[in-house]
Design a protein around this ligand. Structure first.
Ligand code: SF4
Length: 455
């Protein structure tokens, strides 16, 4: 194949964008571009963008803005804005980045190749934000799965029908559309053949998988994925509390490969704010789902998303969120100060909370959660936990002693999504190793492989 030069992809945002960028990279490879991590070497630069918060959006514009000079030096250099900001802005993006060549919306990936061909034959400033009913689901090329990659994301659906009032996703990723289970299972088989041992099934609301198409349920999909040989662990994100069914809780309980960790965004602990957010459940319903989970899967790890400073949030509302954190005892949270999104309804709500107050609340919330997380991690000291080895630790632990030439400090995750560091001269990437937890910290655990204990 004739070489088209080098391609550089910058991915901003969520796991789904990481997955989408892998798809864009595969298309560019098929078009004869070689991947590069050196921007100056690139003949095409793609920025896969995120519109979830103002900061992420500005990151995309400042990144692409930097190529004006390069473009003057190298006029054939192609610049592409892809993803959620591209979908949101469309041709308006050219006003802020006049040297941009292509604006590729979230549902236009299947047309990426033809737009590149049009640009290479001289066309400029192409916009494609047209909707598409199908999800672009090409199969991964085994050669593209990097060696030693034990964990991989697999998108199972796109879009969202929930219209939470602070969120742009339904406007930039469209209505919910699910891939066929056959193509998902086929993709996971290919990944398992290359040594991938853990898959994370991705969707904005995986609990409603297949609903629009009248296909199988998410619990049934988990059951099919669990039958794929070579896959040891299955994770998924994101679940919407209002769609957390008894069938799904049963699948988490029954299927050994489904990890004992669930990410269940609550966003607020106040019914008044949950209503303004259009979340579709109350604090009581959320807590009853949590209790159902804890009863069915004792010891399950839980994480959540929280927004503080939503328009109209009073201190009483905020304290409802603080008390919910204590009541549930999450293992981890992802918390953000509310950020206006022009295309989301909440941006027109009155009673905006001032920035300083928002940050104070965020810091209070994070400080409380740090205590809860550290306490939860301390509770597993002395336990034996199975760890999927991901590689050599970047940072050496104080207790690490190199007792043999091959001894290294390895790292991996438990099924409950806790990071564990441990010494080993035998463990390899992809192994499942039983580790006795010796010490616990805020963001990780330290342990010893069980066999060393017996000697
Ligand atoms: S469930 Fe709500 S927050 Fe999540 S993607 Fe859909 S609209 Fe956005």
């Amino acid at each position: 194949m004739q070489s088209n030069g080098y391609a550089y992809i910058n991915t901003i945002g969520c796991q789904m964008n990481v997955y989408d960028s892998e798809k864009l990279a595969a298309i560019l490879k098929a078009l004869g571009f070689r991947h590069t991590t050196d921007m100056d070497q690139a003949d095409i630069v793609v920025c896969n963008t995120c519109a979830i918060r103002h900061k992420a959006e500005e990151k995309a514009f400042s990144f692409l803005g930097r190529f004006a000079k390069a473009k003057r030096k190298k006029p054939r250099l192609l610049t592409v804005m892809a993803g959620c900001v591209a979908q949101q802005e469309g041709k308006k993006a050219f006003k802020r980045v006049p040297h941009l060549d292509l604006v590729l919306g979230t549902q236009a990936f299947s047309r990426f190749g033809q737009h590149i061909a049009a640009l290479q034959s001289g066309r400029r400033q192409i916009v494609d934000t047209a909707p598409s009913d199908v999800i672009f689901d090409t199969m991964p090329d085994k050669a593209d799965v990097s060696e030693n990659q034990v964990s991989r994301f697999v998108t199972i659906m796109q879009g969202c029908d929930n219209f939470c009032t602070y969120c742009v996703v339904p406007y930039v990723r469209g209505r919910e559309r699910s891939r066929s289970w056959e193509s998902i299972v086929e993709e996971i088989r290919i990944l398992a053949d290359t040594g991938v041992r853990e898959v994370t099934l991705l969707g904005q609301n995986v609990n409603s998988y297949g609903r629009r198409e009248g296909g199988i349920s998410f619990a049934d999909l988990l059951e099919k994925v669990a039958r794929v040989a070579g896959i040891s662990r299955i994770r998924f994100a994101t679940s919407h509390p209002k769609d957390l069914s008894c069938e799904l809780i049963q699948a988490i309980t029954d299927l050994d490969k489904v990890c004992s960790h669930l990410h269940l965004p609550v966003q607020s602990g106040s019914d008044r704010i949950l209503k303004k957010m259009n979340r579709g459940y109350t604090r009581e319903i959320y807590l009853s789902r949590i209790n159902d989970l804890k009863n069915a899967c004792p010891g399950i790890a839980l994480s959540t998303d929280i927004i503080v400073g939503f328009p109209g949030e009073t201190r009483t509302d905020f304290h409802d969120t603080m008390s919910l954190l204590t009541e549930v005892g999450f293992d981890a949270i992802f918390a953000f100060a509310y950020s206006d999104r022009s295309s989301a309804p909440a941006s027109k709500f009155s009673d905006q909370v001032d920035e300083k107050e928002k940050m104070d609340r965020l810091n209070q919330l994070l400080a409380l959660q740090d205590q809860v997380t550290e306490e939860k991690n301390k509770q597993v000291k002395g336990q034996v936990m199975q760890v999927l080895v991901e590689g050599v630790s970047a940072k050496q632990h104080a207790d690490f002693v190199k007792t043999s030439d091959n001894m290294q400090q390895m790292t991996g995750r438990t099924a409950s999504n806790k990071v564990v560091h441990f010494p080993s001269d035998t463990a390899a990437v992809g192994d499942l190793v039983d580790i006795q937890i010796m010490d616990a910290y805020l963001h990780s655990l330290w342990g010893q492989p069980l066999e060393r204990q017996t000697s």
